[in-house]
Design a protein around this ligand. Sequence first.
Ligand code: ATP
Ligand code: MG
Length: 242
Amino acid sequence: MIEFKGIVKRFGTRTVLNGLSAKIREGEIVFILGTSGTGKSVLLKNIVGLMTPDEGEIWIDNEEVSKFSEDQYLPIRKKCGMVFQHPALFDSLSIYENVAFGLRRHYQLSEEEIRNKVSKALRLVQLHGVENKRPAQISYGMQKRASLARTIALEPRILLFDEPTTGLDPVTTTAVNQLILDLSRELKTTSMVVSHDMNCALTIADRIIVLDKGQIVEMGTPDELKKSQHPLVKDFLAEVLN
Ligand SMILES: Nc1ncnc2c1ncn2[C@@H]1O[C@H](COP(=O)(O)OP(=O)(O)OP(=O)(O)O)[C@@H](O)[C@H]1O
Ligand SMILES: [Mg+2]
């Protein structure tokens, strides 16, 4: 479903991704853990085509997409939704219109169909009664959930989440993690989730990838990871056990 082979990404003389290779299977939930600045967001941006790798290949559904033009990427963007680390909502639009935005842009839907899809997405992220508010009028956590709703409203087959629960309260965090699990089980969505939350990764991931200094230092099922001898992985695990 998604495969990257030998991905290298440099900024100037700095190599941020240094030869990453992995294969994500259909319907799988893969968590990506790693310290701050290690290239997790850059990796997701390369997959959705917001950045291009300097070396290597990215395969999505048997197509090598890394050299695709903007036009060629459009269908990929449709099946591959990304939830950004920081909510990127349109300030001048209501929450309702923000969530409806992609639906209006990508599909020919009646107003009623749009209303149903927007309501469903807002319900899934447990956001109620803010449809008519502007982003600046709601809290950061609510903005984050609205941006999550905007992506899932499009029902993409592949979902890339960049720290979906960072900055959310524990109750909403549990709800969002449950949502990722439900989407994956019910809609067979393939998910890549960047997270700092080892606890949650161990609970809901099929596999976990640990990045350090632009390389994959560990990759495996939660049970396999628990046996890892890598110091960084052990540090992450220590936090859970404490
Ligand atoms: N557009 C860019 N231009 C130049 N450098 C960049 C750009 N985007 C990211 N970087 C650099 O690449 C490195 C990795 O950034 P990235 O955002 O992927 O880290 P991250 O693993 O997501 O960290 P965090 O956990 O803090 O979100 C950082 O040093 C960052 O400064
Ligand atoms: Mg990041």
